[in-house]
Design a protein around this ligand. Sequence first.
Ligand code: ZN
Length: 52
Amino acid sequence: MPLNEKYCSPNCEQLALANQKKVQKSRKMLYVLFAVFILVWLFFMFRGQLGL
Ligand SMILES: [Zn+2]
């Protein structure tokens, strides 16, 4: 396996990868929250148009 020059040690690389995964997970959560927010917003818009 070629040595990745981005990291000073395998342990350091593992930590960086774990951190990256955490960041991606929280980013995904953010997208989900945003999608939910949009859906709720659309729901209230639609409700308002129906006059309910
Ligand atoms: Zn390092």
